[in-house]
Design a protein around this ligand. Structure first.
Ligand code: TXA
Ligand code: MG
Length: 333
C-alpha cells in the first residue's frame, strides 16, 4: 500500500484535504492525524473491519481497547453513559488531553472496547483532528500511530518511520504540542480512577472531580488492558538515573560507558556521547518521545534518563520513562 502524506495547516486546515481524509475513513481506510498530544491512527469506530486494520498495522494485541475520538459532548453521550460528574469533567477539560472510560452503549463494536463493556472517549484539542471527525461524520477510533511498543509519534516523520506502507494516509500538521498522551480516567465506579497519567494533571482533575483513586503502578488487574504490554521502548535500552545511585551499578552502563546518551533536566552525571536537555517538565513532556527516537539513532548504546518530579505533567513523563526502561511491573501498549 502506498501511504499518502498530505501537509495540512494546523490552524486553518484546508476543507478539501480534510474531505479527502474523511473519504478514506468512511471507506474503511486508516488515516494518521495530529492531535494536541501525539499523532493518532484513525478508523471509523463503527466499522469493525477498519478497526481490525488498526491492530494489524500497529501489531497491537487485539484485546487492548481503543480511544474513540469525538468532536462534541453529545457524540460522546451517544457512545455510552455520561453522568453528571463525567459531564463536569468534559466541560472542564474538553477539548483537551483527557480520556474518560464510561459504560459503553451496546452498539459500540467489541473490536473497539476489547469486549470490556466500557468505552474510552476523548475530544482532542486540535483543529485538524476535530475537522477530520466532523467531515467523516462518524466517531474516530484511534490509538497512538506508532508500531506497538515503540515511543508514540509526535511528528508525521515518526509515523512514517513506523507505519509507512501500512496505512492509507498521514495528515502532517507539524509537531504536536503536549507530547505525551491523554490522561485516562475510569469514571464507571464510585471514585474516578487514574488508569494512565497524561496531559491533564491529576491535581487539576481533583479540583473538578474530588478524590481520584489509583496511581500508576497500583492499577487493579484488567482495568486498563494496555498496561500489560511493553511500551515506549526505543531500540536501545533505557536506564533510569535515580538518586540512590542504583544506575551506577547497571551492567549496561558499565559496558557502554563511552557511548551513553542522556535525556533529562539537570546536567548529566558522567561524560556522555550526546545529551538532550529540557528546562521544565512541560518541555520534557513535549520533547520526550522525539528525544527517545533521536537518541536511538545517535550511535549510543544506552540511554540514561532523569525523572522529573511528580507534579503536573511530570507524573506522565515519569510513567513513560519507567515503562521505556521496563521498570513498571505491568506494561502498556
Ligand atoms: O492522547 C492520546 O490518548 C492518544 C491520541 C491519539 O488521542 N491516544 C492514545 O491511544 O494514546 P492508545 O491506544 O495508545 O492508548 C489508550 C489507552 C490504552 O492504555 C488502553 O488500554 C486504554 O487507553 N483504554 C482504552 N479503552 C479503554 C477501556 N474501555 N477501559 C480501560 N482502558 C482503556
Ligand atoms: Mg499508545
Amino acid at each position: 500500500m502506498k501511504t499518502e502524506l498530505l501537509t495540512v495547516n494546523p490552524e486553518r486546515p484546508d476543507e478539501e484535504l480534510l474531505e479527502r481524509a474523511a473519504r478514506m475513513i468512511r471507506g474503511g481506510g486508516l488515516v494518521a492525524f495530529p492531535t494536541e498530544t501525539v499523532y493518532g491512527l484513525g478508523a471509523n469506530a463503527f466499522d469493525p473491519c477498519a478497526v481490525m486494520g488498526i491492530f494489524s498495522a500497529k501489531g497491537r494485541p487485539s484485546d487492548n481497547p481503543l480511544i474513540v475520538h469525538v468532536n462534541d459532548m453529545d457524540s460522546a453521550a451517544r457512545l455510552g453513559r455520561v453522568d453528571e460528574r463525567t459531564r463536569a469533567l468534559m466541560e472542564a477539560f474538553w477539548p483537551g488531553p483527557l480520556t474518560l472510560v464510561i459504560e459503553a452503549d451496546a452498539g459500540v463494536p467489541a473490536e473497539v472496547t476489547g469486549g470490556l463493556g466500557t468505552v474510552a472517549v476523548r475530544m482532542p484539542d486540535h483543529k485538524v483532528a476535530l475537522g477530520l471527525i466532523r467531515c467523516s461524520g462518524v466517531p474516530v477510533a484511534a490509538p497512538s500511530a506508532n508500531r506497538s511498543g515503540r515511543p508514540s509519534p509526535t511528528s508525521a516523520a515518526a509515523v512514517l518511520e513506523d507505519l509507512d506502507g501500512k496505512i492509507g494516509m498521514i495528515l502532517d500538521a507539524g509537531p504536536t504540542a503536549v507530547g505525551v498522551e491523554s490522561t485516562v480516567i475510569d469514571v464507571t465506579g464510585r471514585l474516578p480512577l487514574l488508569l494512565r497519567p497524561g496531559g491533564v494533571s491529576v491535581e487539576r482533575i481533583r479540583e473538578v472531580a474530588g478524590e481520584v483513586g489509583g496511581s500508576p503502578g497500583e492499577r487493579g488487574p484488567g482495568r486498563s488492558p494496555g498496561t500489560r504490554y511493553l511500551h515506549y521502548a526505543p531500540a536501545i535500552p533505557v536506564v533510569i538515573l535515580d538518586r540512590n545511585g542504583e544506575w551506577k551499578k547497571d551492567p549496561r552502563l558499565q559496558d557502554k560507558v563511552l557511548s551513553v546518551a542522556y535525556v533529562g533536566i539537570s546536567a548529566p552525571p558522567l561524560p556522555v556521547l550526546v545529551e538532550i536537555r529540557f528546562d521544565s517538565a512541560e518541555k520534557y513532556a513535549g520533547g520526550l518521545f522525539s528525544a527517545l527516537r533521536e537518541l536511538e539513532r545517535s550511535g549510543a548504546g544506552v540511554i540514561l534518563a532523569e525523572l522529573p518530579t511528580e507534579e503536573g505533567v511530570g507524573l506522565a513523563v515519569r510513567d513513560r520513562l519507567k515503562r521505556a526502561a521496563g521498570r513498571m511491573e505491568r506494561r502498556d501498549a
